[in-house]
Design a protein around this ligand. Structure first.
Ligand SMILES: Cc1cc2nc3c(=O)[nH]c(=O)nc-3n(C[C@H](O)[C@H](O)[C@H](O)COP(=O)(O)O)c2cc1C
Length: 608
């Protein structure tokens, strides 16, 4: 899933070496003033250029806000921001999976289709949009008195002092290399220097504190504070463990005894009990693996040759995920906490008419989002069906869908649930039919191109022509293909052209006269479109030009006409058999009738 959140929904997109990375954030209330300087500062904290032992890949991290923010204030539209990838260099990357990277898993999972160069979407680069989106949330949390702070708790074997778990306010630390005890920095940097000089990398840890959380924040049982927070945090590449508070050997040592106002004398629980904030500072620690790209000789896996191969990683890499990764840790925490906070607000406001209506508004918004997601999935299913030649209608599956979807509804809702599912499935089928082609078939010179052009204007759909497609692909005329390669080769090309037209979908298609005569082609057309036989009168077909119509070319006009007669006799029945609609294209309003029939088919599925 590239999307997370119930109230504040975040979608990340792009990849390390794609043209861009970016995010869409929904749910931020309209009219929220954003501190753009604070957001830029968080991006700076994450940027490699501000860290001595970070990757020499220096991106400007400049961004474009496409929607949702105007003059630094949110307008209620989804916030969409992109960051171009400028400093990537694909030449460095080979189809060899690097040890302990996501390469092999992503390659196999996507059947080799995913672009995994530079780590693809599993790269640290994805923490850039995360940081921006998290910084927006952090600003909102700040207005509610919630502060987040973090520091490098260890690097290799060098440890910083712990944060004060009893803190009233989050401490102010050096934003670029935060440490509770800055005196350990030299030792950490010496270790970083040594690791870099040896072509190695370092494990590290972060400790994070959040103050000001309302007591009770968290949605037990499955959306408790620790679970939700961890889910966001584990998006950060390289993260291996998240830990809350301290675990001491005995309950008598560990238990936090109460004092005035429900506060406790110690904070071993790390601010959370039963998945809910307990009013004390939330304290959690993240452990990161050493960056997997090391400069020492290793054994990779050749994804094409499918065998282990010696590997030297040349690219540009961080020696350690921290300190720059702290910006991502804080961002992930801010996103998780704001999402939970809004859930908390809704629950508390849930009483009274206004509160209940707000609840309904949220459910409806979620229903609409799910409806859009369902429609998108249906569209993709439609494409699969079209390409694999399967019919859109599947009565058995529809029955099963209705039965399984309504099985857990209370009895009083079953009938309404079934009605709702039927409506949804009708819409799915309509969406799937919208990708169906409109095939025009018939004898040579029956007016497929002429009628196709009129339909193009009426339906505003692109017009494709199988003969033209073949000529473009081969660089040969139809006459030349017949003369040099023979009719058999041409028929194969027709089927290939038809398959690519089917994969595209939503086209008006002028087909070559012989194409639908093949039973296989007719079957492909049946499940991928609506077919119209332009049944032009035989006399009107006489006397036609024979260029690129090799089956008709003869020494005399009389002989050509005789061939047309024979072809007409042979094919008329076959054309009629695979047509949903048959009409004379020379009749008044023929194109309009076709357009109407096709539109009706898309809307209702009715073939005439
Ligand atoms: C801010 C940041 C920077 C990173 N830089 C690098 C890097 O330069 N080279 C590298 O190999 N991994 C880097 N990583 C870690 C890898 O992306 C990560 O370890 C890898 O994708 C495997 O995923 P996993 O460790 O989560 O299993 C970085 C991670 C973060 C959060």
């Amino acid at each position: 899933m590239d999307t997370i959140g119930n109230n504040i929904r975040l979608t990340l997109f792009g990849a390390s070496h794609a043209p861009e990375v970016g995010f869409v954030l929904t749910g931020v209330p309209a009219g929220t003033r954003l501190d753009m300087d604070a957001i830029r500062f968080d991006l700076e904290r994450r940027s490699a250029k501000n860290h001595a032992f970070a990757t020499p890949r220096h991106e400007a991290d400049d961004f474009t806000v496409h929607s949702g923010i105007q003059g630094g204030v949110t307008d209620g539209l989804p916030i969409r921001v992109t960051f171009p990838n400028r400093a990537h260099d694909r030449s460095e990357y080979k189809p060899v999976a690097r040890p302990s990277h996501a390469d092999l898993c992503a390659f196999l999972r996507s059947g080799g289709r995913e672009d995994i160069s530079g780590g693809g979407k599993y790269s640290g680069r994805m923490t850039l949009p995360l940081t921006f989106a998290g910084s927006i949330c952090r600003g909102i949390l700040r207005t509610r008195g919630i502060e987040i702070a973090s520091h490098v708790s260890f690097m290799g074997g060098v440890h910083d002092a712990d944060l004060d778990p009893m803190m009233e306010k989050a401490p102010k630390l050096d934003p670029f290399f935060p440490l509770v005890d800055p005196s350990v920095r030299d030792e950490m940097e010496r270790l970083l220097e040594k690791a870099r000089a040896e072509g190695d990398t370092l494990a590290c840890g972060a400790e994070c504190a959040v103050t000001g959380l309302p007591t009770g924040l968290g949605e037990p049982l499955f959306d408790g504070l620790e679970g939700v927070l961890s889910k966001y945090l584990f998006m950060i590449p390289g993260l291996r463990a998240v830990e809350f508070g301290n675990i001491l050997a005995f309950g008598s040592e560990m238990n936090d005894q109460f004092t005035d106002g429900g506060r406790t004398l110690t904070n071993n629980s790390g601010g959370v009990n039963g998945g809910m904030a307990n009013g004390m500072p939330l304290i959690f620690r993240c452990k990161f693996r050493p960056v997997p790209s090391i400069a020492k000789p290793q054994t990779g896996y050749d994804l094409i040759g499918e065998k282990p191969v010696p590997l030297i990683i040349a690219g540009r890499h961080d020696t350690c995920i921290l300190p720059r990764g702290l910006a991502a840790v804080e961002a992930a925490a801010a996103l998780a906490l704001l999402d939970l906070l809004l859930e908390n607000d809704a629950r508390r406001e849930g009483s009274g008419l206004d509160g209940l209506r707000r609840g309904l508004d949220r459910v409806d918004a979620e229903l609409m989002r799910l409806f859009a997601e369902r429609t998108e999935l249906s569209k993709r299913i439609g494409e699969e069906k079209r390409i694999s030649g399967r019919a859109i209608e599947d009565a058995a599956r529809e029955k099963e869908v209705i039965a399984t979807r309504t099985a857990h509804l209370p009895r009083t809702l079953t009938a309404a649930g079934e009605g709702l599912m039927r409506l949804l499935m009708d819409e799915s089928k309509r969406t799937q039919r919208a990708g169906m082609n409109l095939y025009l078939i018939g004898m040579p010179d029956c007016g497929k191109t002429r009628t196709g052009r009129k339909l193009k204007a009426l339906l505003r759909l692109p017009l494709a022509d199988t003969d033209k497609l073949i000529m473009e692909r081969t660089g040969l005329s139809i006459d030349e293909i017949f003369a040099r390669l023979g009719e058999g080769a041409f028929r194969e090309m027709e089927t290939t052209a038809l398959r690519s037209i089917i994969a595209h979908g939503g086209l008006i298609v002028a087909t070559g006269g012989g194409l639908p005569v093949s039973g296989d082609n007719a079957a492909l057309m049946k499940n991928s479109g609506f077919t119209v036989f332009l049944d032009r009168r035989l006399e009107a077909l006489h006397g036609q030009d024979t260029v690129n119509r090799p089956l008709l070319s003869a020494d005399s006009r009389a002989e050509t006409d005789a061939r047309i007669d024979r072809l007409y006799a042979e094919r008329h029945e076959k054309y009629a058999a695979c047509a949903d609609l048959m009409l004379d294209p020379d009749a008044d309003g023929a194109a309009e009738r076709i357009a109407q029939a096709y539109m009706r088919f898309i809307e209702t599925g009715d073939r005439l």
